[in-house]
Design a protein around this ligand. Structure first.
Ligand SMILES: Cc1cc2nc3c(=O)[nH]c(=O)nc-3n(C[C@H](O)[C@H](O)[C@H](O)COP(=O)(O)OP(=O)(O)OC[C@H]3O[C@@H](n4cnc5c(N)ncnc54)[C@H](O)[C@@H]3O)c2cc1C
Length: 334
């Protein structure tokens, strides 16, 4: 069966409804589900209501070879204006369980990271303070090894329960996930779905934990474009340098393509000033990348993840996107 054919997706949606694996929507606009407020429709959007429904849906989709994309809170995504011809499976209404056992927390991948940080604080558990200002789900944070203020998920994750095609669910030690700066094995294995994770924290004074979290939040208020739709840092820091400083130094703050604008507050953020399209964000990213490369011979790598078909050209990797857009820059060593 050809999954791109119109009509086929309606059949998939009907089958998913019959399976009773959650709320099913056709042609659901993905801008509604991303912090950037950008993105075309998902052929089918599925919102399972619990882990059992999620796993049944994943088993069914994979047994039929139907393309699927897992969506958390969409805070690290740039979704194509043409949308996604796949079943987009949202984790945010399923995978919500949280249990405490001593210094350990087991949480579903759909739990918000901010909520988890606050729950840990209330229990006098330290180690997740850095997460209080990261607006995604635990699942998205595992995929990205999200971090801030000198820490990251890798520091607290001990085990992760994943679902994989043909294998089903299994729990693996954190070493299996190759956590590195904004990187994990999930990024090389898009078919792997995080269901839950066990975090090990340390005992701490709730008031002191609360004070650290308040400090981190206060810092954000002054250094990031709070209140304007964005997807966090656009590019990774090319250690030991900082992407924001490099971008600022080439004068990019305020650069604009349509309604996409390089934030005047933090140069490594692009904000949506109204009805920005993905192609406009992509064009700004190319412009920034070229300017920084010309000035410093440093090639910035995107931190945000691209979803959906590129505007002209095949494949969905950033390299394909640069090429599809006529961008000739390659790695300096290439
Ligand atoms: C204002 C703002 C500030 C931010 N600050 C930070 C920061 O300080 N540090 C930082 O690291 N990031 C930051 N981010 C980026 C973002 O919040 C994190 O990357 C977050 O972890 C993404 O989680 P998510 O649920 O939104 O994932 P999504 O954006 O929904 O998805 C991200 C990727 O993970 C995959 N995915 C999601 N859930 C699962 C799952 N259960 N199993 C398998 N794959 C899955 C998706 O397919 C996608 O590839 C910020 C973003 C914003 C908007």
């Amino acid at each position: 069966m050809k999954w791109t054919a119109t009509g086929t997706w309606t059949l998939v949606a009907r089958d998913l409804e019959r399976l009773e694996v959650g709320r099913v929507l056709e042609e659901e606009p993905l801008w509604r589900h991303t912090s950037f407020r950008i993105g075309g429709p998902a052929a089918v959007f599925l919102e399972p209501r619990g882990e059992a429904e999620m796993v049944r849906a994943l088993d069914w989709l994979s047994s039929r070879g139907i393309p699927l994309v897992i969506l958390g809170l969409g805070t690290n995504l740039l979704v194509s204006d043409r949308g996604v011809r796949a079943v987009v499976v949202s984790s945010v209404r399923s995978l919500k369980a949280v249990t405490f056992s001593g210094f350990r927390i087991r949480a579903g991948a759909g739990v918000g990271l901010v909520r988890l940080a606050r729950l840990a604080q209330a229990k006098g558990l330290s180690g997740l303070e850095f997460a209080v200002s990261i607006p995604g789900t635990l699942g998205g944070a595992l995929v990205m090894n999200a971090g801030a203020h000198g820490s990251a998920m890798a520091a607290v994750v001990r085990r992760v329960t994943v679902w994989q095609p043909l294998k089903g669910a299994e729990t693996l030690d954190s070493a299996a996930f190759e956590f590195d700066y904004r990187h994990s094995r999930f990024q090389k294995s898009p078919e792997m779905v995080a269901l839950a994770a066990e975090l090990w924290l340390e005992p701490g004074d709730p008031a002191a934990i609360q004070a650290r979290m308040a400090h981190f939040l206060e810092y954000r208020l002054h250094t990031q474009p709070v209140g304007e739709p964005n997807a966090g840092s656009v590019f990774k820091n090319p250690a030991p340098l900082f992407a924001g400083q490099l971008i600022d130094s080439v004068g990019a703050k305020g650069w604009r393509e349509g309604d996409a604008e390089v934030s005047t507050v933090h140069a490594n953020f692009i904000v949506n000033r109204g009805r920005a399209r993905a192609i406009e964000v992509l064009t700004l990213m190319r412009r920034i990348r070229r300017a920084v490369y010309q000035a410093y011979h440093v090639l910035l790598r995107p931190e945000i993840r691209w979803v959906g078909p590129p505007e002209g050209g095949a494949g969905t990797s950033w390299e394909n996107l640069w090429y599809a857009a006529g961008e000739g820059l390659t790695e300096p060593s290439a």
